[in-house]
Design a protein. Sequence first.
Length: 315
Amino acid sequence: QTPAAPAQPAAAEVDPQAIVDLQFAIAGNHKKVRASGAKGVCVKGEFTPSAEAASLSKAPHFAKPVPMTARFSMGGGNPNISDKTKPTTRGFAMEFEIANDPMVFYFISAPVFGARTPRQLHDGISARLPGPDGKPDAEKIKAFVAANPETTRQAAWLNARPVPASFGGVNYWGVQAFTLTNAAGKPTITKLKAIPTAGQLGLSDDELKAKPDSFYADELTERLGKGPMTFDFVAILGEPGDPTNDSTAMWPEDNRKTVKLGTIAISAIQANTICDEKPTDPVANLPQGVAGPADDPMFEIRSPAYAISRGKRAQ
Ligand code: HEM
């Protein structure tokens, strides 16, 4: 009998250092910034859980109002990226603060990620790196996309929608499947989503043309001057057959039950150093009652990748 090959942890498939190096390289190796979400604004607020939240998760963050530190950002490692860029996700990183037990999620403005496996993430960025002539090789990109069609879903989603007029005017998803467990030990598989009270605020082509390259920070200052910017924090409930191991696959949301877990109220901008110095991450910092997907090869690998980027930008 042939012995079975030893099971390899999915995260070992590709060295996270290699991925982060590529993320920095494709963006132009900017110093002192994140490998992704390089351009952003640090904010604070409060989360008030709904009465139903505790029926899904026993996390103490769903039992009483908690302060939040959050950060809105543009995807990628270029701190000078234009806010007018369309096929780039807007990010919403959030920390629900309870001393010694923070709950951290990083959401993006698309329901899907641009790679299903670390190998695809690595090879997709590699294929797009500029060659010796300073330009990416169109044939290489074409071949990669043809062999990995699911990696195009995120850009297709973003390209099919207007550029958001505000960080508070677009939906954000946790993308990966999170299991919530209540005090009775009942698990519920969910996808988490933040829905802005202001609705989907998209810019028309003419409005977009009239905007400067950086307008989100000013828009945020103006909006917060009128009062807190709020989001419904919801759990989309999974059904048998919904994939939990594929960050490029969207669940059919229209047919899924949604439970409101609470309200996020962003109240003010705060110093970037507060967000920059946070040692937390969305894999390591989940409380009892919330767990990431054990079978998604893109989940665990995020923790070392974030640590590598954090270390690099602190240099
Ligand atoms: C699959 C779902 C994912 C989502 C929703 C997501 C979302 C985000 C967001 C919102 C940020 C900005 C954080 C901030 O503002 O502080 C970020 C940063 C980052 N992401 Fe991800 N990400 C995902 C997967 C990955 C993967 C698979 C990798 C690499 C293996 C990765 C590498 C990074 C790195 C290196 C940073 C910069 C971290 C730092 O310097 O603090 N991400 N991500």
